[in-house]
Design a protein around this ligand. Structure first.
Ligand SMILES: [Zn+2]
Length: 1030
């Protein structure tokens, strides 16, 4: 058997020694270590640091520096320990599990829908039945009897149940909204809430008076407050946000309003028993002997498992593309989770582009008074006037206004409101959710113009793409733009109105950079468009004769930060080499001969300069996106910090050259276009809440953890993914379900403050078999990949690799010893985890974690960035590519999209065994595609699709399919375009033959085959089996 590279000779590579398995085990027996030590696992700052780090003093650099270091000591922050996050209000039982409520006499476990006597049954809950009415300790507001439907509301406002509750004028609504917040404040007065920070805004909904400009100064701030229900459309718009392109008029209406909001009268029990006897579920637990069943790869892309909830609940649940959990059956206790040896965590794609997004414009946003959860489909209505929070169980009043449903125009149906019918929803936030008037969109571009940069020719492509898309930059009349270029000095461009041409200002003191004429460097895009266009047209020629080889990236970034600080916004940096002068200068650390050892490779930053600057940026609502275009080592491990901690993105174009590497030029053009025109959210924060008892402890992605669990995202984009790890802090006794809610508060490019909320509900289970039954193998693989990046950085690559392997060994061993009743020979996995060993092997062969000499350091680091920052769907594609045979495409089972027919060939296993010499195969590895042409490939395909007479005349470096009008060509191109359209980056297509130099890259992705440094899938299974049966 081949030894995996990286293992010391003579020593077994995958021993269960004390060190190897730290990814999965913590010393205290709590299963997954709350915080894997490492620079990616963001530690929570202590509470004293919260106020300073969280505050937002205008114009000043926030004192976050004491706060950014990572402690090696894991700090686990239980949900309940954060006062502003989950307050226990004495006497209400709000933070107690339902079983402790007085008046509940039934035994634990039998949950039913019930309503208090006398009230109409409002079934939207998992409530216990009981003879007594559900208890509330705060005085009830006088119960208005349910009113008959009032018909269409008068233009300009809803029906008014009582004069006091109605919104007769903008001003009174403002007051009532304020008093509502006042209520919340008094209810939370016994908890210490950090004021004047985004923590308070998202977490507490408090007015941040010191930094709060008068609402009257900004018309937009009043808009959603003043008119609770605009006459037309009626308050609720089922629509993409205004920034989304291509929105048609019909999307402004609820296409199927009545059907969509149909609330069935649910039966006595919303939930099937956890082992409901569904055949699908039983299939999930069927033992699969992996050594015998070799064809386990499904022929279509694997879907997320469906949580075992009653269908009426499940149909309201969040789309797994946006929000999913590694275990769709949540173990009741940490002990049970530990036994399963699987990681518990969430994977999020919170700002994904959506074709349909309900947007609520309402004067009130109903949230739990204790834990600030947004009302959602999984809360319980005790009656019309009270709802119980599904995260902390506090009973809250239903505000008068919420009783009216503007969709159905019926009064008295709070459970039919869109907020309670949609797991994904967006609110227009009133002024309470602002610390300052929403910032304008501000874009600053920073270009490397050193000799090396000019050589690559990138500036021509970038300036032209910018020119082409200038009018498509998301924004409004307030949009500002500016440009900086740098080599060994820094160059600013005055775009002042009245100038006949842009004026260049050179600052050569890079030790203490100052900003000349700051008021003319960031200018209004619309008012100065001609000057801006002039500059973009002339920039590529301005430095063609430059011989300056040095790069002062650090000082240029400092200047950019200074320029952006007053407003916040986005800095886009293009860099082509190792920065060599001024602050942040770096030295080469790559030693090609040591690439193979997987030891002492430089995955950690060599300076904290970029991280510190990123945190300064984060404090001023500035994000930095890095485009690295380089043929040489540029120390992405250090440079990448500027984006990681400021919530930016990293793009990498290895060996970019305008002549020598034309496919990279196309890739840059396409990806830059997407980057420039995609939706953007400014000054954002995100918080993830979960039901009491569960605790979130480690975050993965590009952001800074501002306070405890509030992620600071100066920019948020629709292509970013996040992951979190969780533990079961307190046993989830008596709970049938738990919920998770993410709330993303951001400023749109139109200057609106918005909140996007996703809520997911999952069942709780008590047996190990149920935990395995609900395992989501892709989510598990994705979370483990994130954890392994941390491990690689904090320890070594081989530690991370060992930990990945041990994750498979431990979970399959636990399944074998604790779930399987009959010990079978072979290697047995539950059906739900049948792809687990394959996916882990794929991770080991992926550029981030592979051993061997052919991975350059920056390339490895970039892949690690992608693991951390990509949504799960793309991470899976780059880990385990999709392989299709494409020389025999048919229309059978094809999709029809906009008059295009998209063939859907079956997926093939990643092994050369599956390739026939007479076929052609497309491998889709996410950011790259290979079209492999077999030596005996049919003449039809070669001439009809490739447009050449025979195999021998297929060019060596072919990267495009000719646009032939043959049916075969149309089908093939439709399929490839469709795959490309699914993602925000642009995969290059390489057409390869047996003798192509890129054939080795293609074969590297044949996960199931052995390579010179890695096991075949079968060998890997044998190794796992040996360890499991120990
Ligand atoms: Zn709550």
């Amino acid at each position: 058997m081949a030894q995996p590279a990286g293992a010391p000779a003579g020593q077994h590579p995958y021993t269960n020694g004390p060190v190897q398995n730290q990814l999965m085990h913590s010393p205290d027996g709590q299963g997954y270590s709350p915080a894997v030590p490492g620079s990616y696992s963001h530690q929570m700052p202590n509470s004293a640091a919260v106020s300073s780090a969280g505050s937002f003093p205008p114009g000043a650099s926030p004192p976050v520096l004491s706060n950014w270091q990572y402690s090696q000591t894991p700090v686990s922050q239980p949900l309940g320990a954060q006062p502003s996050h989950l307050a226990r209000v004495p006497g209400t039982g709000s933070a107690q599990p339902p079983s402790s409520l007085p008046g509940s006499t039934n035994p634990a476990g039998s949950y039913q829908c019930a309503a208090s006597p006398g009230a109409p049954p409002l079934h939207n809950s998992y409530m216990k039945p009981g003879p007594a009415p559900p208890p509330v300790t705060q005085p009830l507001t006088p119960l208005h009897p349910p009113r008959p439907p009032l018909g269409p509301p008068p233009v300009g406002g809803p029906p008014r149940p009582s004069p006091a509750a109605g919104p007769p004028s903008a001003q009174s609504v403002l007051q009532s909204a304020a008093s509502q917040e006042g209520d919340a404040r008094s209810a939370a007065s016994d908890v210490s809430v950090v004021q004047n920070s985004y923590d308070a805004i998202e977490g507490g909904g408090l007015m941040a008076t010191p930094h709060h400009s008068p609402a009257t100064s900004n018309v937009k701030m009043n808009r959603s407050v003043g008119y609770s229900y605009p006459a037309l459309p009626p308050g609720y718009q089922h629509t993409s946000p205004p920034g989304a392109p291509g929105m048609n008029a019909s999307a402004l209406q609820y296409p199927d309003g009545t059907k969509h909001f149909h609330q069935p009268a649910l039966g006595t029990n919303h939930l099937t028993a956890s082992m409901g006897g569904l055949s699908l579920q039983q299939e999930g637990l069927r033992p699969v002997n992996l050594l015998q069943e070799r064809n386990i790869l499904p022929t279509t892309l694997l879907k997320a498992p469906v949580p075992n909830l009653h269908e009426d609940i499940q149909k309201l649940n969040c789309n797994p593309e946006l929000f999913r959990c590694t275990l769709t059956n949540i173990p009741q206790t940490q002990a049970l989770l530990n036994k399963a040896k699987l990681p518990l965590g969430l994977l999020l794609h919170p700002f994904k582009d959506l074709s349909q997004l309900p947007v609520v414009t309402s004067s009130i946003i109903v949230r739990c008074r204790s834990c600030r959860t947004y009302i959602n489909p999984f809360v319980s209505f005790l009656d019309q006037r009270r709802w119980k929070c599904n995260l902390c169980y506090r009973v809250n009043d239903v505000p008068e206004e919420f009783l009216y449903n503007p969709v159905t125009r019926v009064y008295g149906e709070p459970h039919k409101r869109p907020e309670v019918q949609n797991a994904t929803i967006e609110f227009m936030a009133p002024s309470e959710y602002m610390l300052r008037p929403p910032q304008p969109p501000v874009y600053l571009f920073v270009f490397d113009v050193s000799h090396n940069a000019i050589e690559t020719g990138y500036l021509t492509t970038v300036c032209q793409t910018l020119l082409d898309n200038l009018d498509s930059l998301p924004g409004n009349t307030r949009t500002k733009i500016g440009f900086i270029t740098f080599d060994s000095t820094i160059h600013f461009y005055s775009l002042q109105e009245g100038l006949s041409q842009p004026q260049m200002l050179i600052v050569s003191d890079i030790e203490d950079v100052f900003i000349p004429m700051p008021e003319n460097l960031l200018v209004n895009l619309n008012e100065n468009k001609e000057l801006i266009q002039d500059l973009l047209k002339t920039l590529p020629q301005m430095f063609t004769k430059s011989l300056e080889t040095h790069s002062a990236l650090g000082p240029a970034l400092q200047a950019a930060f200074k320029l952006m600080s007053p407003t916040g916004g986005r800095i886009t940096v293009f860099q082509t080499q190792l920065p060599s002068v001024g602050m942040g200068a770096l030295k080469s650390r790559e030693e090609p001969n040591q690439r193979a050892t997987a030891k002492d490779i430089h995955l950690t930053p060599s300076t904290d300069f970029y991280k510190k600057l990123a945190l300064d940026c984060s404090g001023q609502q500035v994000a930095v996106d890095l485009f690295l275009l380089s043929g040489q080592y540029s120390d992405l491990a250090s440079l990448g910090c500027i984006s990681r901690y400021s919530a930016g993105s990293v793009y990498y174009y290895q060996s970019y050259h305008h002549k020598h590497n034309p496919v990279q030029v196309e890739k840059l053009q396409k990806e830059l276009k997407r980057y420039l025109t995609r939706k953007i959210g400014f000054e954002a924060v995100m918080r993830i809440r979960c039901t009491k008892g569960l605790s979130i402890h480690t975050f993965h992605g590009n952001f800074f953890v501002r306070s405890t669990d509030l992620l600071s995202l100066p920019n948020v984009n629709p292509d970013a993914g996040y992951a979190v790890q969780m533990s079961v802090e307190e046993s989830l006794t008596d709970m049938q379900v738990v919920s998770f809610q993410s709330a993303l508060l951001y400023t749109s490019s139109k200057g609106e403050r918005r909140i996007r909320v996703h809520t997911m509900c999952l069942p709780v289970v008590t047996t190990l078999s149920d935990v395995y039954l609900g395992a989501d193998v892709q989510a598990i693989t994705g979370l483990l990949a994130n954890m392994a990046v941390d491990r690689s950085v904090s320890a070594t690559l081989s530690d991370a690799r060992d930990a990945l392997v041990n994750a498979v060994i431990d979970s399959l061993a636990a399944y074998r010893s604790s779930v399987l009743s009959i010990q079978q020979p072979g290697l047995t996995a539950p059906f739900s985890l049948r792809l687990f060993p394959l996916y882990i092997l794929a991770l080991l062969k992926q550029k981030a974690f592979q051993t061997g000499t052919n991975t350059r350091l920056d390339e490895r680091i970039f892949t690690m960035c992608q693991v951390k920052n990509q949504p799960l769907v793309y991470l899976m594609l780059m880990t385990h590519p999709s392989l299709y045979r494409v020389d025999n495409l048919t229309d059978e089972g094809a999709l029809n999209i906009n008059d295009r027919t998209i063939p859907q060939p079956p997926l093939l296993q990643l092994s050369v065994e599956k390739l026939c010499r007479d076929g052609a195969y497309l491998m889709d590895a996410g950011s790259v595609m290979f079209l492999w042409i077999g030596k005996n490939c049919g003449q039809g395909f070669i001439s009809q699709v490739l447009g050449v007479p025979n195999y021998g005349s297929v060019p060596q470096n072919m990267t495009h399919l000719p646009e032939l009008e043959t049916a075969e060509s149309i089908r093939t191109r439709a399929f490839i375009s469709w795959l490309r359209e699914q993602r925000p980056f642009f995969p290059i297509l390489y057409i390869i033959k047996d003798e192509s130099p890129l054939k080795s890259s293609f074969l590297q992705n044949m996960i199931e085959d052995r390579t010179e440094s890695a096991l075949s899938y079968y060998e890997f299974l044998l190794h796992i089996q040996q360890q499991v049966n120990k």
